[in-house]
Write a protein that binds this ligand. Structure first.
Ligand code: NAD
Length: 294
């Protein structure tokens, strides 16, 4: 297994994932432009670096956990601090952000020309599972390299699903998050309409959870984040909007009408415009309330 890892992006997910890697015995060099993120990473036993290239230098594998594929592309390929410039031929980039599958394939071609491997390995489970090291990891394009990177993935996740060639895991992740977003919006809407009719939101949640309307939002988001209106799950509305947008773009690229995904994407964009870039994705509930009583 690789002894030395780079980790680019020490945000809500990257930081706890980095903690798990350090706890599993890897020497991890990390970079994030935010000073607080680097300080927290150093406190966890990682080596905080002054640039992405410094974090990647000499690593057998580099993990990226950045906002989106465009940020990944720039960090990996562009400028004097480019990650790819610092990686040695034969090393592998493990792209764990939720990125667009077609961009991932293009990045793979660029890296292959440099002798650097690429796998897409997006995760599901959120901040809590990142902290526990129990993420679900979808994996595309690994082939025989899986044996080499498996210990790295197992430090962060407890379930691994190989989805096919490069980009397939990013496609799977975007489609999952589209379904998840649709389920959340529907759940919030239904509970608000029910409450307006006089139903108790807690009773509604309990009934949904043993009925056919049950989904991840009814089970894991209504009581912790939506009903108390704390809206602090740790997954940003901007990221959810980005993910649904990737699903829509994928459908469009394939010539598939997928009309409901367009409706969900338009709703997410409006909510994001109204609530701002710092809002949590569970705050779609607040947006629905603003629509009902502006
Ligand atoms: P985040 O915004 O908290 O973290 C992203 C980090 O990347 C930030 O700390 C930012 O400073 C850093 N960054 C930006 N540009 C950089 C660069 N050039 N070099 C190094 N660091 C840079 O986001 P997050 O919640 O950690 O999500 C990361 C990815 O994981 C996203 O693609 C998201 O969709 C996905 N994801 C998030 C969750 C979740 O629950 N938060 C769950 C599954 C997947």
């Amino acid at each position: 297994p690789p002894a030395r890892l780079g980790l680019i992006g020490l945000g809500k997910m990257g930081l706890p994932m980095g903690r798990r890697l350090v706890a599993s015995g890897f020497a991890v060099r990390g970079f994030d432009p935010l000073e607080e993120a680097r300080a927290a990473f150093a406190e966890a036993g990682g080596t905080a670096c002054g640039s992405a290239a410094e974090a990647a230098a000499g690593a057998e594998a580099v993990v990226t956990m950045l906002p989106n594929g465009e940020v990944v592309r720039r960090a990996v390929l562009e400028g004097a601090d480019a990650v790819a410039g610092a990686m040695r031929p034969g090393a592998i980039l493990i792209e764990m952000s939720s990125s667009a599958p077609l961009s991932t394939r293009a990045l793979g071609e660029r890296l292959a020309a440099l002798g650097i491997g690429l796998v897409d390995a997006p995760v599901s489970g959120g901040v809590r599972k990142a902290e526990a090291g129990t993420l679900s990891i979808m994996l595309g394009g690994a082939g025989p390299a899986l044996a080499r990177i498996r210990p790295v993935l197992e430090a962060m996740g407890s379930a691994l699903f190989e989805t096919g060639p490069l980009g397939s895991a990013h496609a799977m992740k975007a489609l999952n998050n589209y379904v998840s977003a649709a389920g959340l919006i529907a759940a919030c809407e239904a509970v608000q309409v029910g409450a307006a009719f006089g139903l108790d939101p807690v009773v509604m949640t309990d009934i949904l959870n043993v009925s056919t309307g049950r989904n991840n939002a009814t089970e894991n988001k209504l009581k912790p984040f939506v009903l108390p209106e704390t809206y602090d799950s740790g997954f940003g509305l901007a990221l959810m909007t980005k993910d649904v947008g990737i699903a829509v773009e994928l459908a469009e690229a394939l010539g598939h009408p997928a009309p409901f995904s367009h409706a969900v994407a338009a709703f997410a964009r409006s909510a994001l415009a109204r609530l701002g870039p710092e809002a949590d994705h569970t705050a779609v509930d607040r947006y629905l309330k603003l629509l009902a009583a502006p």
